[in-house]
Design a protein around this ligand. Structure first.
Ligand code: G1P
Ligand code: ZN
Length: 543
């Protein structure tokens, strides 16, 4: 058995984005590419030496090979114990739960979230810290700096133990604990929700459908929904994980989860539908003929949290990402809770959660979560909804409409322009940036623009400042337009435009969101010139 020190060039890749390093599989397969990034993690995180590391991924193509390389590098870099999900699998929220349950010094998660998989698809590597959450900016920066200095990586030249059998084994002098990927996460969820009430709901004939999108959540859904809650096996759609996700795009939104959406809109539809993404941290909630907007979902969970055992003593506060609609703010105001507005990306919630300032948080991009782990959590959201439904004994639609009547409705939509030529995207954003100072005082139809700025965030816990977090046009609490460049796209630039309009009057709450938001949509185009310059007639994805 020998440790090899292999020479490599400093990392040529760009800085890791909001969700770690995400690239095409083929890039990761280049000799030394994955290794350079992983060695930079070990070089910049000394606590891993002699400590424990959690490892697992969403099962996409290259997951197992990458896990093998990382395991042998961990052994060569002095990690004392590696805790790995059997089959090298762990959903993102489960990895967070495992890091916390085992008090590990960190974790490496292999995933490109909702991006397509397979040999031509995407792959990703993400480092999570000892709190179970995505690395904070400072940690990401330290890893990046290490990639720029790197000259060698260390790897153990020794065969891997059997990663499919749960139990204790070793690799060199490193202890390897192969664990059931579901156990720790299920345990956390069982402590939060009323499984008896949900079991009774399903036994009483309430029908559910869960779409695993051929990604990681299949085994988690089977344990929680079928084995523990007694849902019939037929409630599970696409719950066999596949390395290419069956050729699909494992992003739970009405555009990509077409089968589930059609089921809930069809004859004899189940009462409740839900889906999760590639790595299990996102969620989409559906009722019959109704897709719950993720921004609304966060607000509804907050307004009903007292009905759920894990949150019955109340919430410390709520946080949402800046582009997420202000539906949650309306609930926070009514409950007298602090409400924080953070930049896009889950890592910004970490400090607020760790400091006990918030209990619930969410993003418009189908991510919702709480202080039970440090990642957004798809199945957590599904169980939260089921628990509320079990207590209130109303339909999803009734709950949503009652919420709008009580708090007002925030019409909301996100328009994505994908794989736009980078210079065109930059040019359009520059057009809007230039226009911002002149906007306050102008009108969009009857709406008066009260402010227009570039969002920058000062973390209330550590005082760190994050600038350039998106462009905002604000019409008091009546409406907003937001534009930002995606940090997770892997081809050209993805421009995201977000539109929000508030309607407090129940009589005006039944419109189609696209129609209702049309004046804002047209106004944004007049400033950005995105359709014009990119030669497109509209967005690639509307959610
Ligand atoms: C997207 C979402 C963002 C989410 C991130 C990781 O990032 O918009 O809310 O945190 O994926 O799942 P973006 O591509 O917009 O930078
Ligand atoms: Zn994800």
């Amino acid at each position: 058995m020998s440790i090899q020190d292999i020479a490599i060039k400093p990392f040529a890749g760009q800085k890791p984005g909001t969700s770690g390093l995400r690239k095409k599989v083929r890039e990761f397969q280049q000799p030394g590419y994955l290794e350079a990034f992983v060695q930079a993690i070990f070089d910049s995180q000394p606590a891993l030496q002699g400590g424990s590391l959690v490892l697992g991924g969403d099962g996409r193509f290259f997951n197992r090979e990458a896990a093998g390389i990382i395991l042998r590098m961990a052994a060569a870099n002095g990690v004392a114990r590696c805790i790995i999900g059997s089959g090298a699998l762990l959903s993102t929220p489960a990895a967070s739960a495992v890091i916390r349950a085992h008090k590990a010094q960190g974790g490496i998660i292999l995933s490109a979230s909702h991006n397509p998989g397979g040999p031509d698809g995407d792959f990703g590597v993400k480092f999570n810290s000892s709190n179970g959450g995505p690395a904070a900016e400072g940690v990401t920066e330290a890893i990046y700096q290490a990639t720029q200095k790197i000259s060698h990586y260390r790897i153990l030249d020794w065969p891997l133990p059997d990663l499919d059998r749960v139990g204790e084994t070793s690799l060199g002098s490193m202890r390897v604990s192969v664990i059931d990927p579901v156990h720790d996460h299920a345990q956390v969820l069982q402590n939060l929700f009323d499984f008896d009430a949900m079991h009774a709901l399903l036994k009483g004939g309430f029908r559910i459908a869960f779409d695993g999108m051929h990604a990681i959540t299949g085994p988690y859904a089977r344990r929680l929904l079928v084995e523990l809650l007694g849902a019939p096996e037929s409630s599970l759609l696409n719950c066999t994980p596949l390395p290419d996700f069956g050729g699909g795009h494992p992003d739970p939104n009405p555009a990509h989860a077409e089968e589930l959406t059609a089921l809930l809109n069809g004859r004899d539809a189940p009462d409740f539908g839900a889906a999760s993404d590639g790595d299990g941290d996102r969620n989409m909630i559906l009722g019959r003929n109704l897709a719950v907007s993720p921004s609304d979902s966060l607000a509804i969970l907050a307004a009903n949290a007292h009905l759920v055992p894990g949150y019955k003593n109340g919430l410390a506060g709520i946080a949402r990402s800046m582009p997420t609609s202000r539906a949650a703010d309306a609930v926070a105001a009514k409950l007298g809770l602090p409400c924080y507005e953070t930049p896009t990306g889950w890592k910004f919630f970490g400090n607020l959660l760790d400091a006990g300032r918030i209990t619930l948080c969410g993003e418009e991009s189908y991510g919702t979560g709480s202080d039970h782990v440090r990642e957004k959590d798809g199945l957590w959201a599904v169980l939260f909804w089921l628990n509320i439904l079990a207590v209130r004994k109303q339909s999803v639609t009734e709950i949503v409409q009652q919420h709008w009547r009580q708090f007002g409705r925030h019409y909301y939509s996100r328009h994505d322009y994908e794989a736009v030529q980078s210079d065109i995207a930059a040019d359009c954003m520059a057009n809007l940036t230039k226009a911002l100072p002149g906007l306050p005082g102008q009108k969009i139809g009857t709406l008066a623009i009260t402010a227009a700025d570039e969002f920058s965030y000062t973390d209330p816990v550590d005082g760190s400042i994050s600038r350039n977090q998106g462009l905002r046009i604000i019409c008091g609490d009546q409406a907003r337009i937001i534009a930002r460049l995606s940090g997770t796209g892997t081809e050209g630039a993805t421009v995201r435009l977000y539109f929000e309009a508030y309607e407090p009057d129940p009589a005006g709450q039944q419109d189609d969101p696209q129609q209702r938001l049309a004046p804002l949509i047209d106004f944004a185009e007049s400033l950005l010139g995105l359709r014009r310059q990119s030669g497109r007639s509209g967005p690639d994805v509307i959610t």
